[in-house]
Design a protein around this ligand. Sequence first.
Ligand code: PEP
Ligand code: MN
Length: 357
Amino acid sequence: MEEEQLKVIWNKRPIIISGPCSAETEHQLVQTALQLKAEGQVDVLRAGIWKPRTRPGNFEGVGSRGLPWLQTAKSLTGLPLAIEVATAKQVEEALKADIDMFWIGARTTANPFSVQELANALKGVAIPVYIKNPVNADMELWIGALERVSSAGVEKIGLIHRGFSAYGNTHYRNVPMWELAIEMKRRYQDLPFLVDPSHICGNRHLLQEVTQNAIDLNYDGIIIESHIDPDNAWSDAKQQITPAQLTDLLQKIIWRQDEITSHELHELLEDFRQQINKIDDEVIQLLSKRMKLADEIGHYKKDHDITILQTKRWDEVLERVSHMGMQLGLSKEFVIHYFNAIHMESIKHQDAVMNRS
Ligand code: PEP
Ligand code: MN
């Protein structure tokens, strides 16, 4: 890709990357690319040729055979190409085949050996490298991967949020845990941050909602799977959509501006923010007061040899606050989560009083 085009792609907001989960046949890949081009919504064509499947026996990608198909798709559509790379050899082959953008998959990000091998192979490449979050909700692994790739001198690094695997049945294939993504965005404000609604949802019916959620959180772009015949896709069939459905989805998205341009709006928002700051101050002061009481209780428990944890009492507290919270318009889930954190801090305080003083 020419430097100028690379710059355009890198800076485009929102950047839209789409294409099949896997390249299956030349026909399927090229037709998907042509349809995407005709729809006119997509900046970059994605396709997996090396597929890290969780279990053996699933379709593991067409491998290097797919590289010339990608070239054909690019020459017919002009769309730059993005693929997943997981080994040094793949990087080498893909660079020779003029791939324009790489992403590191969630299973790879979870393995520092693989990431280091990749980082060494990527030394100084000019093309963008996007790092997906690891499959498990471990920010340090994600950050570690970022540091390894960055230390290899790769300058164009972006992040992709594709959700985190969870045990048992969940609404999503990979739970978004937006709070982790928000924290990552806060820490690395200069890096492009994309969302992958396909792998979060696992099901095309959820895509619209999750993509809107992400746009409302000010993501820089979307990587989303599309296929000419989604139901018969060789991998991730349930979550893929046709290029026409992609257009429909993107047209239904409400795009919001990330800056407040009007002076009046700005003042109004500033006023709300001041009110929120004031309440936050009060919350912190009340929490500190509550912890001081916990310290007092710690002294009492120490003097009378009573355990820190009193399950019945804790039950009572949760019952009381979740009931009250619900009456005041707070979700039970939030109240319990919040009070669990308070309780743990309270236990720490009492432990300090009883065992460390
Ligand atoms: C993919 O993008 O097709 C893929 C395998 O994603 P992930 O690494 O997020 O599972
Ligand atoms: Mn996929």
